[in-house]
Structure formats: structure tokens, C-alpha cells
Design a binder for this molecule. Structure first.
Ligand SMILES: [Mn+2]
Length: 335
């Protein structure tokens, strides 16, 4: 028997070349010949043009993501304009013309890959959505076309968080490929390997593997600074912390942790609680719980895990006036 074929399914590169290079090196090392990209080549990170060039050269299949979709359109957004200038007309036209979906057979299974959902590159489907919502992703629609039969396996990107779900009542498998350049589950470049007999309608072993890769996170932030990219801060926070999973990280007594004050709610008089904040940038911190934190007992305006913007204020601490960091607003990061 010849060995099974392998497809590396990569997604959401977002102009992060150190992450893309680490991913391509890992794919080469495993001797994987087929690379399929599920879109969002550009934006958020600094090197959109190079990402497009590398993906075009390395990938057998490239699908359009939501960022690829709006990037060619006229915009008054500073970040979009900065990217458009870097990309130039030819690459923008390439992005706009990318296909919605790819359908193929592997080990007798019909596999369909798209960026976000069966209806649009802009409709987002989350990991904890219902069985019914996930099952709808296997439907043929105007967006997917009606030519191919409905698939047995669906893979997508867009949410930057890898997972696999067996829809056991319907014998279907749904997976998300995670994100190479902007992971929001763990700060590691992530992709998925499909293994089976490519373009074969004969039932045979079919496998799926999740790969997590360390890469030089500080380097991509450095590149963004060198290139004077707009909106560096939110990007730096994302690649360093994969924000949405921040709640699971425990504080350790090193210098980047500082005391910050969190306003308390429902206290009658304005009052705040000193706790530990992990410094992400000069003024952005992640909130950690105090040792005896009890959300039943005391309601913090920004609960543990929240990313907050702090300002320095003078406060009475004991009998002295001291300059302290006070959390002022939640720092929201767009996917
Ligand atoms: Mn994306």
C-alpha cells in the first residue's frame, strides 16, 4: 500500500510571517505535499503582501476570508488603507477573486472547506454553537453552490480557535483549523493535518490531527514596529496572550506583574480592590484574582481574566497618598 496522503489545512495568517514560516517549516519537515489555505491572509499583522506572495506560491488551494473580502474595497479605515497601499492592485484583485469553497473526496468522505460558514465569509460560527447550527454548516447554499453533494466533513477558519466536533447523530465531522498568525486560543501557530486517500471515493482510513507550534512572537511585533504599522497594541496583545484564554494563566511573582486597582460595583460609595495585573503594554493589563476572590461576595467592574486599560491616579493608601494604577475600561480586541 502506498502511504496515505496528507493535507495541511492552514488558516488566518493575517500577515504574520514568523508564524507562517514556522508553520511551513513544520509542514516541510513532515513531508506534507498539499497545503490548503482557508483565507484571511492579510490584515491585523504587519506583512500582508508577503503573506499573499508566500501563500500563492506554497498553497495548492486558497479560499477567500472576510479580511480578503473587504480588503480590496474602498475604505476610510487607517489600518485597511495601510494594508491596501502595501498590497497594491494586483494582490488586491487576487484576494477579491478567491473562491468561496473547495470540495474534494478523501478516503470516501466528501470534504468541504470554507472560511467562516456555509452562507458567507462574514457569518461567524463558534465552537460552542448548537448541534443544529453546526449541522447547518453541511448544507448546500447559494454561497457553496449546489453542484457538489452535501459533505461528510466540513472544515473552516475565521474564529482563530481550533476544535473538532463529531456530529454523531448524523455521522458528520466538523473542525476548525485554528489560526496560524493570530491564534486566540493559545499563543501558538496552529493548523490541522488531514490524512487519507486524496481524491478517492473508496472508504479508507481518514484522520485529523491538530498541530501547535511555537514561533518567534516578539519578532512579529518588532517587524510591526519597524514598519510603523497602525494598531500595533491590539495585535501585540493578541499574539502574546491569545486573550480569550487568558483566564487560565496563573500569576507568578515576576516583575511584569504589578498592583492594579479594580473598581467595585454595588458598594454604595466608590471603592476599589487592589489586585495583581499582568503588564501587557505600558497601560494595558490582564486582571488576576486576589487570593480570596469571591464573585458572590464582591463584584468587580472588571473580573479576573479581563484585559483592562489603566491610568495612574492618586489614591489614599493607608494614611498616605500614593500614585496607583486604576483600571478604567475594558480593552476589547476585534477578531
Ligand atoms: Mn481571521
Amino acid at each position: 500500500m502506498t502511504p496515505l496522503n496528507k493535507i495541511a489545512v492552514i488558516s488566518d495568517i493575517h500577515g504574520n510571517i514568523p508564524a507562517l514560516e514556522a508553520t511551513l517549516a513544520d509542514i516541510r519537515e513532515r513531508d506534507i505535499k498539499h497545503i490548503y489555505c482557508l483565507g484571511d491572509l492579510v490584515g491585523k499583522g504587519p506583512q500582508s503582501a508577503l503573506a499573499v506572495d508566500m501563500i500563492r506560491e506554497q498553497c495548492e488551494v486558497v479560499i477567500r476570508g472576510n479580511w480578503d473580502d473587504f480588503m480590496p474595497l474602498e475604505s476610510d479605515n487607517v489600518m485597511t488603507q495601510w494594508n491596501q497601499e502595501q498590497l497594491g492592485q494586483e494582490r488586491l484583485a487576487y484576494l477579491g477573486a478567491l473562491p468561496n469553497v473547495v470540495d474534494f473526496q478523501m478516503s470516501g468522505k466528501r470534504v468541504r472547506l470554507f472560511h467562516a460558514s456555509q452562507t458567507s465569509v462574514h457569518k461567524r460560527i463558534h465552537m460552542d454553537d448548537s448541534y443544529e447550527t453546526h449541522l447547518e454548516m453541511f448544507a448546500n447554499t447559494e454561497f457553496t453552490g449546489y453542484v457538489q453533494p452535501e459533505p461528510d466533513v466540513v472544515g473552516y477558519g475565521d474564529i482563530h480557535a481550533v476544535y473538532v466536533r463529531a456530529l454523531y447523530l448524523d455521522h458528520k465531522t466538523l473542525f476548525n483549523a485554528g489560526s496560524v498568525g493570530n491564534p486566540l486560543d493559545e499563543p501558538l501557530a496552529t493548523y490541522v493535518i488531514l490524512e487519507g486517500r486524496l481524491h478517492s471515493d473508496v472508504p479508507a482510513p481518514f484522520g485529523l490531527q491538530i498541530v501547535r507550534l511555537p514561533y518567534d512572537i516578539e519578532r512579529v511585533i518588532e517587524i510591526a514596529r519597524e514598519m510603523d504599522m497602525p494598531e500595533i497594541e491590539p495585535f501585540a496583545i493578541e499574539v502574546r496572550t491569545a486573550v480569550y484564554r487568558g483566564r487560565q494563566v496563573k500569576p507568578t511573582p515576576v516583575s511584569q506583574y504589578e498592583q492594579i486597582y479594580i473598581p467595585l460595583l454595588e458598594e454604595g460609595t466608590p471603592c476599589s480592590r487592589p489586585t495583581v495585573g499582568e503588564r501587557i503594554t505600558d497601560e494595558i493589563f490582564r486582571v488576576f484574582p486576589t487570593e480570596n476572590y469571591d464573585p458572590e461576595d464582591e463584584i468587580w467592574e472588571f473580573p479576573p481574566g479581563t484585559i483592562v486599560k489603566c491610568v495612574i491616579e492618586e489614591r489614599h493608601v493607608g494614611s498616605k497618598r500614593k500614585k496607583v494604577l486604576v483600571a478604567k475600561e475594558e480593552y476589547k480586541v476585534e477578531t
